[in-house]
Design a protein around this ligand. Structure first.
Ligand code: ATP
Ligand code: MG
Length: 224
């Protein structure tokens, strides 16, 4: 009940120009794709015009959308667009899209195997890079390394915000504990976390999960 009331109060903020949010992590399976989809559907639901870009040549997102349309027996894709790109052209493509200023937010789901060059180009074009991580020792070590690798990009792109999104957290964990664990990282921690939940394991590319709306709201707040 409370959750419902809370999500209903989320308002769209004026972002002025196209903002680019990229999910990057050196660790495979940390939740980039899961959160990119949930963020895209949530921001779309709040009223932002969204473009979702995948650099994974498995085309996971485009295939998921096609499958959903098929299941819904819908011939035309009338929902927010999903586009494929690749490491060697992502920088240029995002740059052109930003100039067109057609979307409020462009969300990039980068592949786990993205090259250093791809990561660098993406960082230069992004307003925010989100690193998803759980609190396991192994994930924290890789996250620490990812932040270290990405920090120099902030010198070249003064707009860049480096953020940590705690993901797959036990739902009884207190935010204070999460922050304590992540406090030594030289990056902003988003003021909420994404719990380990079954609803997040097969997200829709069309319909927003209402429990994710407060997370999307916190991410946009950091973007402003
Ligand atoms: N908050 C969550 N709750 C439950 N399951 C999750 C959550 N986040 C991620 N998962 C599950 O963890 C697995 C890996 O997630 P995901 O595919 O999003 O990671 P990824 O970082 O995109 O991986 P890759 O680097 O291979 O692209 C998936 O099976 C997904 O369903
Ligand atoms: Mg992925």
């Amino acid at each position: 009940m409370f959750e419902h009331w809370f999500t209903g109060s989320i308002k769209k903020l004026d972002l002025n120009m196209t903002k680019v949010i990229s999910f990057i992590s050196r660790k495979g399976g940390s939740g980039k794709t899961t959160n990119a989809i949930n963020l895209a559907t949530s921001l779309n639901k709040i009223g932002y015009s969204v473009l979702l870009v995948e650099t994974d040549t498995n085309y996971t997102l485009i295939s998921s959308r096609k499958l959903e349309l098929f299941k819904r027996k819908e011939k035309e894709d009338i929902y927010f667009p999903i586009m494929a790109s690749e490491d060697h052209r992502i920088g240029e493509e995002i740059n052109q899209l930003k100039e067109q200023n057609k979307f409020d937010v462009i969300i990039v789901d980068s592949a786990g195997k993205t090259t250093d060059k791809g990561i660098r180009e993406l960082c230069l074009e992004s307003n925010m890079v989100i690193i998803t991580t759980s609190l396991t020792q192994n994930d924290l070590l890789v996250t620490y390394q990812t932040v270290k690798d990405l920090l120099p990009a902030k010198e070249l792109n003064k707009d860049l915000k480096l953020c940590i999104l705690p993901n797959r957290i036990h739902s009884h964990t207190r935010m204070k504990t999460v922050k304590e664990v992540l406090k030594n990282l030289e990056a902003d921690v988003i003021d909420t976390y994404v719990p380990q939940r079954k609803v997040y394991t097969s997200p829709s590319t069309i319909k927003a999960e209402k429990r994710y709306l407060p997370v999307a709201n916190q991410i946009v707040k950091k973007l402003k």
